[in-house]
Design a protein around this ligand. Structure first.
Ligand code: SAM
Length: 222
């Protein structure tokens, strides 16, 4: 998803630094993210949060978790943060990070993030773009660097090829999952879909009748 730049985005972000943290501030915040939230509680991070529907809804539903929506596109993070600000103000447990998932370990200390969500990540279907996929091994290494020993990654996509690829890279990386952690049609599975919060992309694909692939993986607790 590429969004055309919006003239209001930069000035809006400059005025809302309580809600959106840029890369430079994120690096200075490493090891101290809890200071930005009202309560000290687990931090869950969505990488590629787009227009922010999922992360805002999660923050509203789970006040006992601190959420961060990370986005590489300035326009997307500005749209997400502005929508959320206009709807609910600055929630005590929600912040946005304007940054790149590949640099996650420069923003967070080991075990500073308890869980990572990857929702409808760009598929990058061409082999020569494989290293841009958010489940490429170098990304998994970065996620491991910020998660605790048995940290969790949850992934949803409409793209069967990206799902198969991600399953293989995760298993090769040593991530753990059982049949209860996988679905090839999340919305047809009553148990697994319970508590699921739909993303913007998920709603688009559901409306077209497409199945949503889902998995939840754990790092090995050594
Ligand atoms: C297809 S959109 C999905 C948005 C949202 N998660 C949803 O499900 O509706 C993927 C998003 O990931 C962002 N993205 C891609 N690579 C990224 C990276 N390396 N770090 C952070 N965000 C990234 C894109 O800018 C885009 O907004």
């Amino acid at each position: 998803m590429h969004l055309r730049s919006k003239p209001w985005a930069q000035p809006w972000l400059a005025e809302h630094t309580d809600l959106v943290i840029d890369q430079t501030r994120a690096q200075a915040q490493r090891g101290k993210w809890q200071q930005l939230f009202d309560k000290r509680q687990p931090i869950h991070l969505e990488i590629g949060s787009g227009k922010g529907q999922f992360i805002k809804e999660m923050a509203k539903q789970h006040p006992d978790i601190n959420y961060i929506g990370m986005e590489i596109q300035e326009t997307a993070v500005a749209i997400a943060a502005r929508k959320s600000f206009e709807e609910v103000g600055v929630l005590p447990n929600l912040r946005y990070l304007y940054g790149n998932g590949s640099g996650v370990e420069t923003y967070f200390e080991p075990a500073e993030v308890q869980k990572i969500y990857l929702n409808f990540s760009d598929p990058w279907p061409k082999k020569r773009h494989e290293s841009r996929r958010l489940t490429y091994p170098s990304f998994l290494r970065s996620y491991q660097a910020v998660l605790p020993a048995a940290g969790e990654i949850e992934f949803k996509t409409d793209n069967r090829h990206l799902f198969e690829y991600s399953l293989l890279t995760m298993l090769n990386f040593g991530l753990q999952m059982t049949p209860a952690d996988l679905s090839l049609d999340l919305h047809a599975d009553e148990d697994k879909v319970a508590g699921n919060v739909e993303t913007e992309y998920e709603q688009k694909f559901l409306a077209k009748g497409q199945p949503i692939y889902w998995l939840r993986a754990h790092l090995e607790d050594k």
